[in-house]
Design a protein around this ligand. Structure first.
Ligand code: ZN
Length: 445
């Protein structure tokens, strides 16, 4: 069910102009210099653009960076070299690095009802940059060791490499990207000021966050965005209390371009072909081992969590989530998953777990010559009876045998199958990750 889209909202000020009462938050204590924020952001952004599929589309790039620039022009955005890039990822997320590089997932566009809500997320992210929350948190966590490290970072591995020695990276729960509730209310407040400056109704930012929260409540999992930006408590009310302090103006909800951009983004092809490694150039599988930190993938009828260093490559009936270097082009140009997971529903002729699983395994064996069944056991997945069938086949990694662990569950939509794929030399090492993923599966009707 979609909410109503308002083309314009006029905010009437009751108490007259009380603009002087606006108190923008100020950056906290920080051992990094402003230049070091910028340098760290640059290093981190180049790592991210190497690992994540940045969308190369002139129309969407222009739209996003124009919108970002309009917001960054606010005096509440400070003076940072902001940049805005779209990442092909269906999860609802956005994040900003110290010094200004900001990344928006394609999934965020799908969730936002109007441009003001997208502007709200950007204004909130810009505020974390302007208020230097990432490096402020890194400072507070490492008061003792940080000064020497920052002094030495110039010559050595760069700031990102040096921070890694303190256990600070870009992964989940990084102090650079996961904010305290105090930082969240500051970013909401400052973000509201930025939005109003750019002519967007600040309330749309709070509405969007609450909508995200309501949706995740229904499906049980917390999207990465809410885990990085925890709710400081009643966001809509907090933003409402700022509104009367802002100068009287008419707010817009859309520039008129948003619906078009949203549909262009919805139609973007998955970044598949360029991601595929020719099997002759296969990496050592241990170098692309899955991370223990998981993030959630939500699809129609089910959700589960997957290693945060893996990427979602295709969606629709079935999804493939894999390490980029775990996808390989094998014989006959077919793309093979050498290290990853596939999930989706398959026909369930008999509505009976054992028989429908047998039929699916038979199909897999027809499609993959030389595949054999090694074992089968019963488990429970999200409270339902499930089978884990382990198969062996030839891995696209040279000289490797592949292990495929097929988890099947009967659901109203058909036979749900989650297939874990890894080279045998890796399988024992990563079994705990697979088990965490099985435990994370949730079904919905
Ligand atoms: Zn935040």
């Amino acid at each position: 069910m979609k909410g109503t889209i308002r083309s314009a909202i006029v905010w009437v000020i009751v108490a007259g102009s009380l603009f002087a009462q606006v108190k923008p938050p100020k950056p906290g204590f920080n051992l990094f210099s402003a230049e070091q924020d910028v340098q760290l952001g640059k290093e981190a952004a180049s790592e991210i653009t190497r690992k994540m599929p940045v969308v190369q589309n002139a129309e969407t790039s222009r739209y996003l960076s124009d919108l970002g620039k309009r917001l960054a022009a606010s005096k509440y955005a400070g003076n940072w070299p902001y940049s805005f890039q779209l990442v092909y990822d269906k999860s609802v997320n956005a994040f900003a690095l110290p010094g200004g590089p900001t990344f928006v997932h394609t999934g965020l566009f799908a969730m936002a009802e109007n441009e003001a809500q997208l502007a709200g997320v950007l204004a909130h992210e810009i505020s974390h940059v302007a208020l230097r929350h990432g490096t402020n948190q890194a400072t507070k966590a490492n008061l003792i060791r940080l000064p020497a490290m920052l002094a030495g970072a110039v010559a050595g591995d760069g700031i990102l490499g040096s921070l890694a020695q303190l256990g600070i990276g870009l992964g989940a729960n990084s102090v650079l990207l996961k904010f305290s509730r105090g930082a969240e209310s500051e970013a909401d407040y400052n973000g509201a000021l930025i939005m109003a400056d750019a002519g967007y109704n600040p309330i749309e930012m709070a509405r969007f966050f609450e909508k995200l929260e309501a949706q995740s409540g229904k499906s049980g999992g917390l999207p990465q965005f809410l885990s990085d930006h925890p709710n400081p408590g009643n966001r809509v009310k907090a933003v409402q209390s700022i509104l009367p302090k802002l100068p009287r103006r008419e707010y817009k909800t859309d520039s008129g371009q948003f619906p078009r951009i949203k549909s262009v983004i919805a139609g973007l092809p998955a970044p598949k072909a360029s991601a595929v490694t020719p099997s002759g150039q296969a990496q050592n599988p241990s170098s692309i081992r899955p991370a223990r930190q998981l993030k959630e993938h939500r699809a129609s009828g089910y959700s589960f969590s997957y290693p945060e260093n893996w990427e979602v490559f295709s969606e629709g009936q079935a999804v493939t989530i894999a390490a980029r270097a775990g996808l390989m082009r094998g014989q006959g140009d077919a793309v093979q998953v050498g290290y990853g997971v596939m999930a989706g529903f398959h026909p369930a002729q008999n509505k009976q777990l054992d028989r429908d699983t047998d039929a699916l395994i038979d199909r897999f064996r027809q499609e993959n010559s030389g595949m054999s069944q090694a074992s089968q056991r019963r488990i429970r997945v999200d409270g339902y009876d499930a089978l884990v069938t382990t198969l062996h086949s030839r891995s696209p990694f040279p000289g490797e045998t592949e292990v495929d662990a097929v988890v099947t569950v009967i659901r109203p939509q058909g036979l749900f199958a989650l297939v874990f794929i890894a080279p045998q030399s890796e399988f024992n090492q990563i079994q705990p990750v697979f088990e965490d993923m099985i435990r994370s599966v949730r079904f919905s009707s």
